[in-house]
Design a protein around this ligand. Structure first.
Ligand code: FRU
Length: 937
């Protein structure tokens, strides 16, 4: 494409420059011709001859300025030529003297000057062309003498006196006449070369009655006028002579033929010679500087021949001119054709280029089309594949939908089936609880069973409600009731729970009554769900409120059209990344405790509110709390007739209220029944569900001292304070989940020895692995078997005690023992090293050892005790004893020496300690060892 534009611009330049180039070729030399006058035939003949001649020199152009017989005019015009920058100047001076300086000026400026006819008084010119006027004057004198037979009177009419031809002609003529004393010049005056001048002179002669036989006019114009004036004055029989001898009607030849003149002397104009010389000068060719033109007398003897000749010449000239004009036409035609040809060629070239470009573009387009077609085919193929996949997907999704539907149907059916057995459980349980024949422990267990059966029933109901909503079988049964009273009932049902958790629980209402059309059962579920959540996530001492207000400002037209209820808690809040999904069905997060459960509650609440043509939204600040806003329309125009129950109120199902009151809530530390100094192992249960905690506690019975925590953070606190022997922890919990909890304990030297059992409902393999990775010692899935849990606890505690026993006996850890944490092994190795390096009894106190180990005295004690079942000082002693064993057998030193060497204050104290540790004395040990050695010898 770039190439095309380049070519295009080159061609444009050609089109623009071509005519200019042609013009440049036609560039002509400009010849300025300063003519003294153009008013007479001679001058016109001169110019005509010049023009004829110049037509043979196409590179020259003639520009004529007429001075009108005025020398000043002529000087100015010559200067103009100089300014215009002519290439050459031809000048025919009006008068010789005044014109001379300007001719010199031009010549000296470097412009060639050709002087014609009249002369200048300088050599500063390039060439001169003209007749010999002195000779002509003489010839005329001789002719006059002949005519007058040497006797008579002569009148002279001269030209302009300052012009050279007049002076020279006069000189030659007078010279000849002076030789004849019988010839007398009776009159002589200047006719200034023109008719008027001649007329005036001749009329003077006639008026003065000056006698004359012959009149000599210095040119034919003046001579012919003199003859006419004489005849008009009645003078005849006189001779008249002229100069120029021009052809044509007003020329001298005709005047001779018609008898006006007796003779005329040919005086050539030199027009053609002037152009020829100019051409030579301009083309720097050699030329003759002075060309003197010849003369000849024309009288009755040759005038006819001359006339014929000049007529012939004139005819020829006319023909030449006609041909020239034809030639000019032809030339201009040729020129036009040349231009047309040039432009045609350019056009053709353009067309060729254009054809190439179009062809190129066509080719490119064709290639692009081919590519496009290929792509299209590929896309079509892909589309086909996509269509197939889509169809398959549609089919699969259909199948999936069917399967989901079938599954959900199954769930619904089975849930429905659960209702009967659950009712058969709750009923008898209620009876049993009311009978009052059981111990408080048994009563507690009944209550636990009852609460959880109700919970199951609620979940089953939720599932069924959800299905109903999905199948559009959930109908609203709205009655007009007092919303304030309704909310107050709900508030009351949660009040005791708030009291137990020390939660500031409020109901704020702008009005005392507010009639509202709603389905009590459905709103009950919604508020129960929202408040249960609020209580679940609000810590002890927190705040929960139910506020009834109008969402619109009083100025809004919607004021009084709807009501807004806010349920606000100061709980842990919802992470902003989940906030938009809280109302999604089955929404649960992987790790967060916030959405532990079925994921149905909030979704169901939303649908139930929307069934009332209302809306629900949530606002939450993690760490600060959550607010749910429910908006419900006032009046009943937004509800269908079928949704309105005009008579009778529907009472709230009692179970919801009961549950709200009875459900035990998760909390921080809820149980701490350990007594110091007891031997029973301490087990810490970390679990957010109070029921589950209670159940585990009841499973463990009285064999352990139990500590309880509702979340990981509290769990850590209890571990630090009490150093439990074993921990049972849930995974999904608020504040700190079980995995983080395990990780933190297992990476801390103070706590890494405590066995941890992770207990969770989410029994996926992945989660098990994750738990084990964090260092959990065991993983038990919910629902768990009580025996299984008890055995695991026992086994883990036994493992720890075995290790301790082993250490006690062998004073060494079994390296391959997998149940011992790597950190613990490193801990004992380090402590042993420190003791061995500081065997001197004064050198190492328990405090110093703790400092070196980076532990407080209490923690060091607890750690050593748990690992070795020894106190720190017992452990130090045991290290020393172990060190002495080798010395006893191999050093050859005495027992006393060895005792001091390993850091005992006296050999007897050493022996005592040794006996206590190994149940034999050092000497007995030596003997025993030697015996063994001897046996193997
Ligand atoms: C024309 C003319 C001629 C004459 C010549 C002399 O102007 O008068 O007739 O021969 O000039 O310069």
């Amino acid at each position: 494409m770039i190439r095309f534009y380049t070519l295009f611009y080159v061609l444009l330049a050609l089109v623009y420059l071509a005519p200019k180039t042609i013009q440049a070729k036609d560039q002509k030399y400009v010849i300025g011709f300063s003519q003294c006058t153009t008013g007479d035939l001679w001058r016109q003949t001169m110019q005509r001859l010049m023009e004829i001649e110049i037509s043979f020199h196409p590179d020259m152009q003639l520009v004529i300025k007429d001075a009108h017989d005025n020398s000043e005019n002529q000087i100015r015009q010559i200067r103009d030529f100089l300014k215009e920058g002519v290439d050459l100047l031809i000048v025919s001076p009006n008068e010789s003297a005044p014109i001379t300086p300007v001719v010199e000026e031009v010549y000296q400026s470097g412009i060639p000057v050709i002087v014609v006819d009249r002369k200048v008084y300088t050599d500063s010119y390039s060439a001169y062309i003209g007749g010999n006027n002195y000779v002509i004057g003489k010839e005329a004198g001789k002719y006059a003498v002949k005519l007058l037979n040497g006797k008579g009177k002569v009148a002279i009419i001269r030209g302009l006196d300052g012009s050279s031809p007049s002076i020279e002609r006069n000189k030659g003529f007078i010279e000849v006449l002076s030789k004849y004393p019988t010839i007398q010049v009776t009159a002589s005056g200047s006719g200034k070369w023109n008719r008027d001048g001649a007329i005036q002179e001749m009329e003077d002669i006639c008026r003065n009655q000056t006698d004359f036989d012959l009149v000599f006019g210095f040119n034919d114009v003046m001579a012919i006028e003199a003859h006419r004036v004489a005849r008009e004055n009645g003078v005849s029989g006189k001779y008249f002579l002229g100069i120029d001898g021009l052809p044509g009607e007003k020329g001298g030849i005709k005047a001779v033929l018609d008898g006006s003149l007796d003779a005329t002397f040919l005086y050539s104009t030199g027009g053609e010679q002037a152009i020829q010389v100019a051409s030579k000068i301009l083309h720097q060719k050699p030329f003759q500087r002075d060309i003197i033109l010849g003369t000849l007398v024309i009288d009755s003897t040759n005038a006819q021949v001359m006339k014929l000749q000049t007529d012939q010449m004139e005819l020829l000239q006319r023909k030449i001119e006609a041909q020239e004009s034809i030639l000019d036409i032809q030339l201009s035609k040729i020129e036009t054709q040349r231009l047309i040809l040039f432009y045609t060629i350019i056009l053709l070239a353009l067309i060729v280029i254009l054809v190439f470009v179009i062809f190129g573009a066509f080719q490119t387009k064709r290639n692009a089309n081919l590519k496009l077609r290929k792509y299209n085919a590929e896309i079509e193929k892909q589309n086909e594949a996509i269509r197939e996949q889509r169809d398959k997907l549609v089919e699969m999704s259909g199948q999936l939908q069917e399967a989901t539907h079938a599954k959900l149907q199954f769930f619904t059916n089975i849930s429905h089936e659960f209702r009967t057995p659950l009712t058969l459980i709750t009923g008898p349980l209620e009876e049993l609880m009311q009978s009052g024949n059981f111990t408080p422990g048994q009563q507690r267990r009944f209550k636990l069973m009852y609460r959880n059966s109700l919970r199951l029933l609620r979940l089953v109901d939720q599932l069924m409600d959800f299905r109903k909503l999905e199948n559009r079988k959930m109908n609203l049964k709205a009655t007009e009731q007092d919303l304030v009273a309704f909310l107050n009932d709900i508030y009351e049902s949660f009040a005791s729970k708030a009291e137990k958790k020390n939660i500031k629980f409020r109901l704020n209402s702008l009005c005392t009554t507010l009639p509202l059309w709603f389905d009590q059962d459905k709103l009950d579920k919604v508020f129960y769900n929202l408040l249960s959540n609020a209580f679940k996530f609000t810590p002890d001492g927190g705040q929960i409120s139910i506020s009834l207000g109008n969402p619109k400002p009083a100025t809004s037209p919607a004021f009084q059209e709807e009501v807004e209820i806010e349920i606000k808690d100061s709980g842990e809040g919802i992470d902003s990344k989940y906030i938009n999904r809280v109302f999604d069905r089955f929404f649960q997060t992987e790790k967060s405790h916030q959405f532990k459960g079925t994921g149905l509650g909030l979704s169901l609440s939303k649908e139930l509110i929307e069934l009332h043509q209302g809306s629900i939204r949530v606002n939450s600040q993690p760490g600060q709390g959550t607010s749910f806003f429910i908006t419900l329309p006032l009046g009943n125009t937004h509800l269908n007739e079928s949704e309105l129950i005009i008579d009778g109120a529907v009472s709230a199902p009692p179970q919801q209220k009961e549950m709200a009151d009875e459900t035990l809530l998760p909390g921080a530390v809820v149980g701490k029944n350990i007594t110091k100094g007891e031997n029973r192992p301490i087990v810490l249960i970390v679990e957010d569900e109070a029921d589950v905690r209670e159940y585990i506690r009841s499973c463990l019975g009285g064999a352990y001292r139990i500590l309880e925590a509702g979340d990981g953070k509290t769990g850590i606190q209890l571990v630090e304070e009490n150093g439990p022997d074993l921990i049972i922890s849930d995974v999904l919990m608020p504040k700190m989940n079980g995995l983080e909890f395990t990780g933190q304990l297992k990476s801390d030297i103070k706590t890494c020895h405590i066995p941890i059992i992770l207990l969770t409902a989410q029994a996926s393999l992945e989660q098990k692995l994750e738990g084990l990775k964090e260092g959990a010692d065991s993983y038990i899935s919910k629902p768990f078997n009580k025996q299984h849990l008890l055995i695991r606890i026992r086994k883990l505690l036994e493992q720890r005690s075995n290790v301790r026993e082993h250490y006690k006996k062998h004073l060494d850890f079994i390296n391959e023992e997998e149940n011992i944490n790597r950190l613990d092994k490193e801990f004992l190795a380090k402590i042993t090293n420190i003791v061995e390096e500081n065997l001197n009894p004064d050198q190492l106190s328990v405090e110093e050892l703790g400092e070196k180990m980076g532990l407080s005295r209490v923690h060091l004690y607890r750690k050593v005790k748990k690992l070795t079942d020894m106190s720190v000082s017992e452990y130090i002693t045991s290290v020393k004893l172990k060190k002495s064993l080798d010395l006893l057998v191999n050093s050859g030193k005495t027992i006393a020496e060895i005792a001091y060497e390993v850091g005992f204050t006296s050999p007897s104290y050493y022996t005592n300690c040794f006996k206590k540790q190994f149940n034999l004395s050092p000497s007995e040990y030596i003997q025993k060892k030697r015996k063994i050695v001897n046996t193997y010898k």
